[in-house]
Design a protein around this ligand. Structure first.
Ligand SMILES: Cc1cc2nc3c(=O)[nH]c(=O)nc-3n(C[C@H](O)[C@H](O)[C@H](O)COP(=O)(O)O)c2cc1C
Length: 185
């Protein structure tokens, strides 16, 4: 398999780092909040990750130059929506700067007034536990206050493209992963 190797010495092409990071497939989320001004903010993010089970903590990061950063910092809460495989259009909408990304969308009001999207695979309503500047992003750690989840196929982001997931059919894939997770909890 041909492999690229790049020394990150400040003269490298930033696309090389993006290429390497893109080898790590993720789900796709939309993260929303309601700023104290009442303005609804939201963006597509694949930096979401589980952090702690007890207490229940999750994390994600927002690029510092984002128009929605002041709103997320002031709100002190956010709602993370895990998108289903038929929601690439929602991902595109919330990844595109706009005065009102929610225009024409049916939303429900969540805890602290965060706008909640419908028909997603999971929702994590959080209060901001901590935010910290890290490089060109701000890291948000959230304490999860309420969850919702449903069955369905996830939207996947891999190598800069939307994909769908196919379960593997092999003895290794069907081994008892539940036991591993139970050991962590
Ligand atoms: C699949 C995907 C994942 C993304 N993940 C992030 C992310 O984790 N953090 C981030 O700041 N921007 C991320 N973006 C880019 C933002 O969605 C986009 O820049 C958005 O317009 C930022 O919101 P703003 O317009 O309010 O600044 C992602 C975009 C896509 C398509």
């Amino acid at each position: 398999m041909p492999t690229s190797e790049v020394l990150l010495d400040g003269t490298h092409d930033p696309r090389q780092l993006r290429n390497a990071l893109g080898r790590f497939s993720t789900g796709v989320t939309v993260i929303t909040t309601r700023a104290p001004s009442g303005k609804r903010e939201g963006l597509t993010a694949n930096s979401f990750s589980a952090l702690s089970l007890s207490p229940p903590l999750v994390l994600w990061s927002l690029v510092s130059k984002s128009a929605s950063l002041p709103g997320f910092l002031a709100a002190g809460h956010f709602a993370i929506h895990v998108l289903a495989s038929n929601q690439a259009d929602i991902s595109h909408r919330f990844a595109t700067p706009s005065a009102d990304k929610f225009a024409g969308l049916a939303v429900e009001e969540g805890l602290d007034g965060a706008p909640l999207l419908s028909d997603v695979l999971a929702v994590f309503e959080c209060s901001t536990e901590r935010s910290l500047e890290a490089g060109d992003h701000v890291l948000f750690i959230g304490q999860v206050r309420r969850i919702r989840y449903a069955d369905g196929d996830p939207l996947i982001f891999n190598a800069g493209r939307y994909c769908t997931a196919l379960p593997m059919r092999s003895p290794t894939a069907e081994s008892d992963l539940d036991a591993v997770w139970d050991g962590l909890g």
